[in-house]
Structures are given as C-alpha cells and as structure tokens.
Ligand binder design. Structure first.
Ligand code: FES
Ligand code: FES
Length: 165
C-alpha cells in the first residue's frame, strides 16, 4: 500500500499535439508547460510569470486558449493541443507569423508565441475584428518590449490580407 507521504506515481497520458498522437508518462499534477518543453521538445511556449498572468505559455486545448503553466498535465488527457510549432505548414509560416515579423511585432520574442496563438484564436472566433476587438482578444498577453502598437498592427495586417485574399 502506498504511503500517503510518497509522491504519486507517473501515469500514462495520451493526447494529440499539433496533429500527432502522443503518449507520455508524467506525474498527474506536473504542469503542461513543462511536459511540452521538456518531454516533447516543444519550446515555443515560454514561461514568463508562471502564475497565469502573462500569457507567454499560451496553447490551445480543444480550441480554447489556455495558460499551460496553470494546467496539470492530467487535464490534457484525451485532448487536442495546438502549440505555436503547429501553426506553420512545413517551411511556410502562418500569415500571423509573417505579419509579426514584418510589422516588428516580435522583439525579444518571449511573448510572441503566446501573442500569435491568442491572435490565431481570436481570428478563428472573429475573422474580421476591429482594433478594439484585437486589443481585447490579446488582453491576456503581456509584452515588455513592443509597446503593443506593432503587435496590434501585425494582427490588423493579417486581417487585411485575409480579407483581400
Ligand atoms: S507563464 Fe503562464 S501565464 Fe505567465
Ligand atoms: S517581444 Fe519581448 S516581451 Fe514581447
């Protein structure tokens, strides 16, 4: 019988990440952020605050934008996870990745994967957002570098290009 002071055993957890089925062994309460970065080598999600405040660890779980620093890995069992690594198609960057590069929306890059995933989520929900809606859609993501105007412009430019295309 397990002593109550022993740490819990690792469990097998299956999910899909960026379209690929994965099976890992992890402690149930480990953070999804750590598992993605350490076990799967998906280092796009960054740790900023580690407290659910900055959004730099954002990923999509079953289409919902979440802070992976707050998600116990067991909660991700059976889900479909998308990280920043899943947005490009091979060497072709996603339109948002291109506009962030072109508009100067990425500087040190710590917030960028989370910003782009938040923008991706917003455009899925609302394909032609106003600037105010873009600002609101990215309000859970903090940036220390850009002053935000380049980030807003990058998302607005992606909307313009999608509207024109
Ligand atoms: S590192 Fe997760 S919200 Fe800041
Ligand atoms: S680009 Fe540095 S924190 Fe946003």
């Amino acid at each position: 019988m397990r002593n109550s002071r022993e740490s819990p055993a690792k469990v097998e957890i299956s999910f899909t990440v960026n379209g690929e089925p994965k099976k890992i062994h992890a402690y149930p309460m480990e953070r999804l952020l750590d598992m993605l970065r350490r076990d799967l080598g998906l280092t796009g999600a960054k740790e900023g605050c580690g407290e659910g405040e900055c959004g730099s660890c954002s990923v999509l779980i079953d289409g919902a934008l979440v802070n992976s620093c707050l998600v116990p890995v067991l909660q991700a069992a059976g889900t479909n996870i998308v990280t920043i690594e899943g947005l490009a198609s091979g060497r072709d960057l996603h339109i948002l990745q291109n506009t962030f590069l072109e508009c100067g929306g990425a500087q040190c890059g710590i917030c960028t994967p989370g910003m782009i995933l938040a923008a991706f989520h917003l455009l899925h929900e609302r394909p032609e957002p106003t600037i105010e809606e873009i600002r609101e859609g990215l309000s859970g993501n903090l940036c220390r570098c850009t002053g935000y105007s380049q980030i807003l412009e990058a998302v607005a430019e992606a909307v313009r290009r999608r509207t024109i295309a």
